[in-house]
Design a protein around this ligand. Structure first.
Ligand code: PLP
Length: 356
């Protein structure tokens, strides 16, 4: 079976992990510090604060910005649930607006109508590795005095107008095994704001600057040295991984017939965390046809967040037609760096066979 994703780890990561195990320093030490420096430089920001996951990076961002009860955060419903849950963890309210049908990202034209006196932040998600329209979002945020928290969990190295995601607002990344680079579990928050970085570091580590002296109530959201050591090796490979993803995406888009292929908006650099096609009729049949030919596919996401039972229980009754239609039609095909030309042809033939 051609898998939908594979973590790419080899002897380099193994050696880095063994070095940490031999050192006896297992949590938040020199490897984490080096990883943070490398990731901040990669994004072009002053600070990176490593966390235990993308979810905890998002929650740390919410808390660091002082977002709490009574506040609203405008975001997308067509995402992994953690984007919106992080807002709920802070006891604030996610407010959903619909998406752009080509990029699947939050539609900036709909944001202003959702702003109320309680709105504190906009939380765009760079879904599938395609950057959101950060020009339009930045302008709206500036006009209304709102914070921008970027969910860049799927978009390591994606750029908008030549600038890396995670450098426009407070960035949040995930290093879960399916992501473009991994640390097993893991995440990072990126920012240019010295004070915000300081608060994030406190929140991540039980509010302590000095051991057993707690300035605030914080959490244990620390990254381990093992994760950071893997991350440092993966960072050295990320550009190569992304280039391979882009080359695979280009090949698929050039050869697939009868389906809408992913779009790359002008001025954007897509890193193809997912290669997502649209199949208005018979999406599930096509997935089955591909499975029979040995090609795994994924549906990201079959149900938008506002339609999830957990959110229905909270009273969400939104109708977001573009997101809801996307959820019925999207199908992600393998695009990961290990695909061979033969694999790509198997995928292409599997999709195109539908029309022969
Ligand atoms: C868009 C998005 N946001 C948030 C997360 C949460 O990241 P993690 O699984 O590392 O907690 C993920 C990944 O799973 C994601 O894809």
């Amino acid at each position: 079976m051609i898998p939908i994703s594979v973590p790419l780890l080899d002897d380099e990561e193994k050696q880095a992990v063994c070095k940490v195990l031999d050192s006896g320093w297992l949590v938040q030490g020199p490897e984490v510090e080096a990883f943070e420096k490398a990731f901040a430089a990669f994004c072009g920001v002053r600070h990176a604060v490593a966390t235990s996951s993308g979810t905890t990076a998002l929650y740390t961002a919410i808390l660091s910005h002082g977002i709490g009860p009574g506040d609203e955060v405008i975001t997308t419903s067509f995402t992994f649930i953690a984007s919106a849950n992080a807002v709920l963890f802070g006891r604030a309210k996610p407010v959903f607006v619909d998406i752009d049908e080509r990029t699947y990202n939050i539609n900036p034209h709909l944001i202003e109508a959702a702003i109320t006196p309680r709105t504190k932040a906009i939380l765009p998600v760079h879904l599938f590795g395609h950057p959101c329209d950060m020009g339009a979002i930045g302008d709206i945020a500036a006009r209304h005095g709102l914070v921008v928290i970027e969910d860049a969990c799927q978009a390591h190295g994606a750029t908008f107008g030549g600038r890396k995601v995670g450098s426009f607002g407070t960035g949040c990344f995930s290093f879960y095994p399916t992501k473009n680079m991994t640390t097993a579990e893991g995440g990072v928050l990126t920012t240019d704001d010295d004070e915000l970085a300081d608060r994030a570091r406190l929140i991540r580590n039980h509010g302590q600057r000095q051991r057993y002296f707690h300035e605030m109530v914080g959490y244990n959201f620390r990254m381990t040295e093992i994760q950071a050591a893997i991350g440092l090796v993966q960072m050295g490979k990320l550009e190569r991984f992304s280039a391979a993803r882009r080359a695979n995406a280009e090949y698929l888009s050039a050869h697939l017939r009868g389906v809408a292929v992913p779009w790359e908006a002008p001025g954007c650099h897509h890193v193809y965390h997912q290669y997502t096609i649209r199949v208005p009729d018979g999406r599930d049949g096509l997935a089955e046809q591909l499975r029979q030919r040995g090609v795994a596919t994924g549906i990201y996401y079959p149900l938008p967040v506002h339609k999830q039972v957990a959110y229905q229980k909270l009273g969400y009754t939104d109708h977001l037609p573009v997101a809801e239609q996307a959820a019925r039609e999207v199908l992600s095909l393998p695009v990961h760096p290990t695909l061979t030309r033969e694999n790509l042809d198997t995928i292409v033939e599997g999709v195109n066979a539908r029309w022969s």
